[in-house]
Design a protein around this ligand. Structure first.
Ligand code: KG4
Ligand code: ZN
Length: 348
């Protein structure tokens, strides 16, 4: 197998139908069709609506991706697809499509882990990832710190959220501030005009007593409740809620904890590279704070451009290309989608 395999990646774990094409570490196409507008009025992703949207978007998105990459299905060396974690019905659409394409074009099929793909996508931006690396993975469904010794074969979880994911906290706080779903982008925008020191919101699991059991874990549920109480108290007093200040102070609490714990993971495991991935990694304050703190400790920071942080097919293709180049065997054609696929399983 070539060292620069041409791989097609299919992502349907949530509300984005993503198809990407990668050759080695070069991104050739990244097409995304989102059903986010169809979920907005429900304040969260509706699984059945997402599954139907994937079904409708699959063929046109595939055509656009192949066109843009200037390749045909018969050119590719392998097809990779997100097998989990994610919404079962949504995953099934991608896995079924990938099986169909793999059988029709007689290509090997790789069922891969969505979370590992969020880490692998950095390869198309910054080249091969130095290993070991620490990965901070922050999305709508997950918040984890991982030790990446060999991304092709597995990662070691060092810590995770004990309640809400970071993106989930953004989405919930946005909702209580009357902002649309998903909440990350509107909170980030509102925070630009706010004072991050306006309200001292709590930093979960950072007290000395949490060090023994939860040093690299995070918790955002207390923060969300604190924001809700603070806003309710203003409303009860008949006062205006300073949305920009609340957004900036909330965002600071999230980004402060995430970057402090990520740097702590690097230092305590003597690892010199930090990679950040997942939808929340698109956040400019998280990126800026991570840059400052990594620079202070001599840690090399890698964060892909915002478009590659949120869900897309390029990340699946990037991981697939890495697996093929590393000689990892293909998945069986009867592979099943696994909505709860553990982060330790990179490929099925
Ligand atoms: O990785 P992703 O696209 O989907 C999942 O795998 O969950 O992440 C989506 C999450 C949502 O919770 C969204 O609010 C958050 O990422 N997000 C952001 C930003 N863009 C997306 N959070 C903070 N700042 C952003 N700019
Ligand atoms: Zn994701």
């Amino acid at each position: 197998m070539t060292a620069e395999p041409l791989v097609l990646g299919i992502e349907t774990s949530c509300d984005e139908t993503g198809i990407g094409v990668v050759r080695g570490t070069t991104l050739l196409a990244d097409e995304v069709a989102s059903s986010v507008d169809e979920h907005a009025r429900f304040g969260g992703v509706v699984p059945e609506v997402a599954s139907r949207a994937h079904l409708e978007a699959m063929l046109p998105t595939m055509e656009r991706a192949l066109d843009n990459a200037g390749v045909t299905l018969s050119d590719v060396d392998a097809i990779a697809v997100t097998a989990g974690p994610g919404l079962t019905g949504a995953l099934l659409v991608g896995v079924a499509a990938a099986k169909g394409y793999a059988v029709a074009a007689e290509k090997p099929l790789y069922g891969v882990n969505h979370l590992a793909a969020h880490v692998a996508v950095d390869r198309v931006e910054h080249g091969p990832l130095p290993e070991p690396a620490i990965a901070l993975l922050v999305s709508g469904g997950h918040s984890s710190l991982l030790l990446v010794e060999d991304l092709a074969y597995g990662v070691t979880p060092l810590g995770a959220t004990i309640d809400d994911a970071a993106g989930e906290a953004y989405d919930k706080v946005a909702r209580l501030l009357g902002m649309p779903f998903p909440g990350g982008p509107p909170i980030e925008r509102a925070a630009r005009d706010g004072d991050r020191a306006a309200v001292a919101f709590p930093r979960g699991l950072t007290a000395p007593r949490d060090q023994a059991a939860h040093r690299l874990d995070v918790s955002f549920s207390g923060l969300k409740t604190a924001v809700a109480r603070w806003v309710e108290a203003r409303e009860r007093a008949g006062e205006r809620v300073p949305v920009a200040d609340v957004s900036a102070s909330f965002q600071e609490a999230v980004c402060d904890v995430l970057t402090a714990k990520a740097v702590d993971a690097c230092l305590s495991h003597q690892v010199g590279t930090l990679v950040i991935g997942g939808g929340v990694a698109a956040n400019s304050r998280l990126r800026a704070l991570a840059e400052q703190r990594c620079a202070r400790h001599g840690i090399a920071l890698r964060v892909p451009r915002p478009r590659l942080c949120t869900d897309n097919g390029a990340m699946v293709a990037a991981l697939g290309a890495h697996l093929v180049a590393a000689g990892v065997p293909a998945s069986r054609l009867d592979l099943a989608a696994d909505s709860a696929l553990p982060v330790t399983t990179v490929a099925l």
